[in-house]
Design a protein around this ligand. Structure first.
Ligand code: A3P
Length: 278
């Protein structure tokens, strides 16, 4: 089953089909100061949106933005983005081949987030099981098998990450950011993103961003403002654990060994990609 058009259709305000939307999106006109935040689901999209929103707003601040839906590319008619002020933050999980044609030909910036796929799989399990729109009630081991086969929303992690990597690793306008670096080395990673995007950030601002985008703060905030109706139960949240290595509590030894083999096979031509398997 292919879940992703299903979720997409829930987000759109009208009856546009997925094929029509993709056609519109392929002709999207980029602006030189656009910032795309790209990733496979559950790799730190909300977190990075929060960080970059605050960075681009500067020390004047901006309301916390844990609800990313306004900037979520796949959830809006493309014309909506024409009215957004610059710099636009554009969030997407599109696979590389479905990105707007101009996105890598004209100046604009991209951050691609990558996370240990084992942690991504566990996070994605709770997301898929928790969201009303996805109507999923499998066990973790059912989901694990579907994840490996790419039969989940947005399809295969391996295809997504490997095609983005092969197509963008040497592109000067694309910065690859690891969830684990954000988690363990927040300030240096934030500085790297700021310098890549061409933003000056003094120590005060860096500190302010670190505090406001901490897991605790974002979770507390989302409890007040998250789209609660999206979730089947009242404890449903986008801010579940926020940890590196949570997969160890879910994978059996056999599942882990099988995963490593699949990774080796599917990512054979991405050996220079330093995924952090901690
Ligand atoms: P877990 O389910 O492992 O907790 P996305 O935003 O791409 O959907 O990713 C969601 C994952 O990022 C969730 O992982 C969530 O907890 C984690 N996350 C969100 N905000 C975070 C933060 N401020 N610090 C650390 N992890 C965060």
């Amino acid at each position: 089953p292919n879940f992703w058009p299903k979720l997409h259709m829930v987000g759109l305000e009208d009856s546009t089909t997925w094929a029509e939307w993709l056609e519109e999106a392929s002709h999207f006109k980029v602006r030189p100061d656009d910032i795309f935040i790209n990733s496979y689901p559950k790799s730190g999209h909300h977190w990075t949106y929060e960080i970059i929103s605050r960075l681009t707003a500067g020390s004047g601040g901006r309301n916390t933005t844990t609800n990313k839906m306004d900037a979520f590319f796949e959830w809006r008619r493309i014309s909506v983005f024409d009215n957004l002020p610059s710099p636009r933050l554009l969030l997407t999980h599109l696979p590389f081949h479905l990105m707007p044609k101009e996105a890598f030909k004209k100046p604009c910036k991209h951050i691609y987030l990558v996370r240990n796929p084992k942690d991504t799989a566990v996070s994605f399990y709770y997301h898929t099981k928790g969201l009303r729109a996805l109507d999923y009630d499998g066990s973790f081991s059912d989901f694990y098998e579907s994840f490996i086969k790419g039969e989940v929303e947005y399809n295969s992690w391996f295809d997504h990450v490997s095609s983005w990597w092969k197509s963008t690793k040497n592109h000067p306008n694309v910065l690859w950011v690891h969830y684990e670096d954000l988690n363990k080395k927040f300030i240096p990673t934030l500085k790297k993103m700021a310098s890549f995007l061409g933003y000056q950030a003094n120590d005060n601002l860096l500190q302010q961003i670190a505090e406001k985008s901490s897991f605790k703060n974002m979770k507390e905030h989302s409890e007040k403002h998250d789209l609660k109706a999206m979730w089947k139960t009242k404890d449903g949240t986008m801010f579940r654990k926020g940890q590196v290595g949570n997969w160890k509590e879910y994978f059996t030894v056999a599942q882990n060994e099988k995963f490593d083999k699949v990774y080796e096979d599917k990512m054979a031509d991405c050996q220079d990609l330093r995924v952090q398997f901690s």
